[in-house]
Ligand binder design. Structure first.
Ligand code: LLP
Length: 419
């Protein structure tokens, strides 16, 4: 179990709070996060980069709930955003605009205008067409845009193809052999200030190798770019460090950074500001999703355990065949364990949370789906007109509801019924 989860008197706790008690008090499905676990994960990056000019921009797409953002911003994070909506959330959470960086392949003119008006720190530009549009929008607004260009280092992150982004045939970043021309184009743009370079090779990376490969490739590019007369103030290595879902053993952030910084120093770039955009590794293993067992449906080939959380709450198994551990919050001795497929109420065969899980449970019991802090709530939907779950943030013995359960009325609020 991750350290923030403990068994006390046969009951699972997040920090000092009983999960069974939280489920009874607030209902299910319920996301529960540990503040300490988040700050600990962030701390590993902070230690790794201590003593260097750096900015950790939490990739808020992983979990963009306001209280989570506030927690991380107050702990020193900037934010990596990918939409106008995320920009408004970032500002609402109190993030200083100059600590916001804007990633993504499809920024609209309206999003650029708003980001320039509030004065964000940097645009991570992903195409030559986007450079031209950003220059035009900035000029029209009478502003200057600080830009970094996302390069595609063409390294294999060795992760799931849907979350691998650093290979040639991905839609992301500027291909290696076009990078120099793109920097020349950027330098010639009247309203752009070229300040950095960035890359992001994928997500749920569990080895140091792809990062080290990407670093060398990016530094080759930095050398070549600087020969054209543009000095790069910062180098942004993106996010991507994986977490332990099912016995995965990703490197610790501080150990990985010790290696990367050493290479950076050897190659003479130790003086540059380091930026990173971690998401999953900050919040993923700081949260669980509680769900109640509704029905047992034993069968000839499969036993189905039907629970009240579904693919709309936890889309990762349906989308990526992702594995999330599932643990009862109270252990039972009066029931024999059976092998269950844990499935939700949504009308899709893909609506499963876990397959072939050995569990001793009865209807009414509460299960915790682990590693649910990242890319669960932020990817939740209203499919089947299911309201999105409530969220609780635990700090020691204190539990705070940070998001109420969405009602059917909330979901219909923007609709206009016919007369
Ligand atoms: N920076 C950029 C430009 C990104 O595209 C991403 C994630 C990150 C940073 C943060 O990556 P992280 O540290 O979280 O790996 N929904 C998928 C993950 C999609 C990741 C998209 N980009 C999942 O649930 O596995």
């Amino acid at each position: 179990l991750p350290a923030f989860l403990t068994q006390r008197h046969g009951e699972l706790h997040v920090e000092d709070v009983s999960l069974d008690a939280l489920a009874r008090a607030h209902g299910t499905p319920l996301f529960v996060y540990s503040k300490a676990a988040m700050l600990q994960a962030l701390g590993a990056y902070q230690r790794g980069l201590a003593g260097r000019a750096h900015l950790i921009c939490y990739a808020m797409k992983a979990n963009s709930s306001l209280a989570i953002l506030q927690t991380l911003v107050r702990a020193g994070c900037g934010l990596d955003i990918v939409s106008g909506g995320e920009l408004e959330r970032a500002l609402a959470a109190g993030c200083a605009p100059e600590r916001i960086i804007f990633s993504g392949v499809g920024k609209t003119r309206a999003e650029m205008r708003r980001a320039l008006a509030v004065g964000i720190g940097c645009f991570n530009v992903e195409s030559r067409a986007e450079l031209a549009v950003l220059d035009e929008v900035a000029r029209a607004a009478g502003r200057r845009a600080r830009v970094s260009i996302r390069v595609n280092p063409d390294v294999d992150a060795r992760t799931h193809p849907y979350i691998s982004t650093g290979l040639k045939d991905n839609k992301f970043g500027i291909a290696h052999d076009e990078v120099i021309d793109t920097y020349r184009q950027a330098a010639a743009c009247e309203s752009l200030d070229v300040v950095g370079i960035d890359c992001h090779i994928g997500s749920q990376i569990t080895q140091a190798g792809p990062y080290l490969d990407a670093l060398e490739r990016v530094l080759d590019l930095v050398e070549a770019i600087e020969l054209t007369g543009t000095r790069l103030h910062h180098i942004d290595f993106g996010g991507g460090l994986g977490i332990d879902y099912h016995g995965d053993t990703p490197p610790a952030a501080d150990e990985l950074w010790a290696k990367l910084l050493q290479r950076l120093d050897v190659r003479g770039f130790g003086d540059r500001q380091i930026m990173i955009e971690p998401g999953r590794s900050i919040v993923g293993n700081a949260g669980v999703c509680l769900t109640e067992v509704l029905y047992q449906k034993p069968g000839e080939h499969k036993n189905f355990l039907i629970v009240d959380a579904a693919m709309n709450d936890l889309p990762r198994p349906a989308m990526y065949q992702a594995y999330h551990r599932i643990e009862p919050v109270r252990s039972r001795t009066d029931t024999t364990a059976l092998t269950w497929d844990v499935v939700g109420p949504v009308c899709e065969s893909g609506d499963w949370l876990g397959r072939d899980r050995e569990l001793a449970v009865q209807p009414g019991d509460v299960l915790a789906v682990l590693s649910a802090g990242a890319y669960c709530m932020s990817m939740a939907s209203n499919y089947n007109t299911r309201g999105r779950a409530a969220e609780v943030l635990v700090d020691g013995a204190q539990a705070t509801v940070i998001r109420q359960r969405e009602t059917a009325a909330d979901q219909m609020r923007l609709e206009t019924p016919l007369p």
